[in-house]
Design a protein around this ligand. Structure first.
Ligand SMILES: [Zn+2]
Length: 250
């Protein structure tokens, strides 16, 4: 097994994901600096305390996640639960890499691309802000068949807001909390839109536009990008890699 300098890994990741091209809600890339050399990499969805503790037990030098520690709207203080997460990372010399929107968007390792692979969907176009939404051929399947596929592949029954029962010729998707993009998906020609979460307005929009909406779980839809990217990086630099899934019903 090989190793890589943290700085080289940081540069490679930032470049591969075109991280500086995105307007985001938090800093992308290296969020917490640990030791200079990386041999063992752990990937996960969120830099929660449970994931950090599991990575420590695994002897990780770096953690790669989709949801990092720092978000717009925080007041900048390292106290309470946030202090505890940072303390654990720093005490064990673990580097934390986090990529939010750049990881949603990436055409190969991204959350949307990887969720598409899970569900047998391939995008032939993008829509929405920063081209983050994916849309492609649905093959005219009935909504029930798509819902069953989601349940089979993600291990979780989606919350389904039926549209007008039309066959699904165009299916749009965006992982995580993209319920606010339902209208953009409809405008892009979708017969169904699939995302992680749902809010109250989407039920009315589904009824009034005839376009179906499936809420498949924020965590459940964003479980695939970080391990795909980490596996690629591990292969490139000869690192050991383990994806640690911390269960989350939301
Ligand atoms: Zn997310």
């Amino acid at each position: 097994m090989g190793s890589v300098q943290r700085a080289e890994m940081e540069q490679y990741l930032n470049q591969a994901l075109a991280a500086d091209r995105f307007k985001d809600y938090g800093p992308n890339g290296l969020q917490v600096e640990g030791r200079a050399e990386v041999r063992r990499l752990v990937s996960g969805v969120t830099a929660s305390r449970a994931l950090i503790e599991a990575a420590i037990a695994d002897g990780a030098d770096a953690i790669l996640v989709h949801h990092g520690l720092f978000w717009r709207g925080q007041d900048g203080r390292l106290t309470g639960w946030l202090a505890e997460r940072v303390r654990l990372l720093m005490a064990h010399g673990i580097n934390l890499f986090a990529f939010h929107l750049p990881l949603d968007a990436h055409a190969e390792w991204g959350n949307n691309a990887q969720l598409g692979l899970q569900l047998g969907l391939a995008a032939d176009a993008r829509f929405g802000e920063q081209d983050l939404g994916f849309i492609g051929d649905g093959g005219g399947v009935p909504l029930q068949a798509l819902a069953r596929r989601v349940q089979d592949r993600l291990g979780r029954a989606p919350l389904v807001l039926p549209g007008d029962g039309r066959p699904l010729r165009r299916i749009a998707w965006c992982t995580g909390g993209a319920q606010g993009w339902f209208e953009a998906a409809i405008a892009a020609g979708a017969d169904a839109f699939l995302t992680g979460e749902v809010s109250e307005p989407q039920a009315h929009l589904a009824r009034e536009t005839g376009v179906a909406f499936l809420a498949c779980g924020h965590h459940a839809t964003e479980r695939y990008g970080a391990p795909a990217l980490a596996a690629h990086v591990a292969e490139r630099f000869g690192l050991q890699h383990r994806f640690i899934d911390i269960d989350n019903p939301a």
